[in-house]
Design a protein around this ligand. Sequence first.
Ligand code: BT5
Length: 319
Amino acid sequence: MKTEILKALRESKDYISGQQLCEQFGVSRTAVWKAIRKLEEEGYVIEAVRNKGYRLIDYPEKISQEELGSLMNTQWAGKSVKFYDEVDSTNTTAKQLAEEGAIHGTLVVADKQNSGRGRRGRTWESPSGTGIWMSVILKPDIIPANASMLTLVMALSVLKACREVTGLEGEIKWPNDLVIHKKKVCGILTEMSAQIDYINHIVVGVGINVNTDYFPEVISKMATSLKLEGNQSYNRARLIVKVMECFETYYDKFMETEDMSLLQDEYDSHLINLNQEVKVTQQEGEYFGVSEGITSRGELIIRQQDGTKVLVYAGEVSV
Ligand code: BT5
């Protein structure tokens, strides 16, 4: 009820009368009044004017189930959303929910992660009240070999959403980082449960440093936040919704060809170090070469000094 009333208040440009809300949702005046009081307790500022009704004036910078539910306008991505104050890792929670039957597009969001994960057992700093820690559950009908490209699809989505919400121009560091002024503002972790030829589910986890002021010493030189770059705080719930809107559009394009063909040019246009020398670090060792953008399968093309072309499908790339 709270979510519906919040949505109605948000969508209305003018006052909405208590009567109108009662009729719209088929509830009593007391129920409406109680829901309004609850929203106020949560930090929403709602003006109540006699003979006119209610109007939403301000909302808290706090993510909640109601806030996300009332803002989300997508067809499927994040339409079902679960919010937690605290979890170990939203990727782990999402995996459990996927196994229990959560639908394609379900979004898991937490205010804080106690054991946020990066790739290959690394940790991801996820303190409370500052960032976006979320995971989307996907159950696509594609072959497992195509799944890793979804990291790239999400990177494009986060980049576009951040630009639309903050005006900041990020760059993509292949395959899973978003950087601003060479510092990492977002990381993506895609995990999959699959048979040889069949995907049970994919979980795409996204960590965005939004209103972070300080980072632990070890990462302070390489990490940044949208607030540090834009000199202002941003509403996390709005950014989450924008990321989901962008993801829905890019994902549908990805599914048309089940690869990056339709997104390749756009991805390359945001790629950091395009046509510059980079260092590729892989399990087998490291080498240098010029980064020439991605293939339609999402691999990074590296031209080595002797002219040989190498397609990198996993590893780290740095300057
Ligand atoms: C990543 O790994 O960049 C993937 C991060 C994915 C995090 C999301 S949050 C929601 C979901 N649930 C999870 O448990 N994870 C996902 P990788 O490329 O391996 O980078 C990890 C490295 O980034 C660490 O070793 C640190 O050096 C650095 N790092 C850790 N926390 C950071 C932060 N908050 N901001 C920037 N850099 C960070």
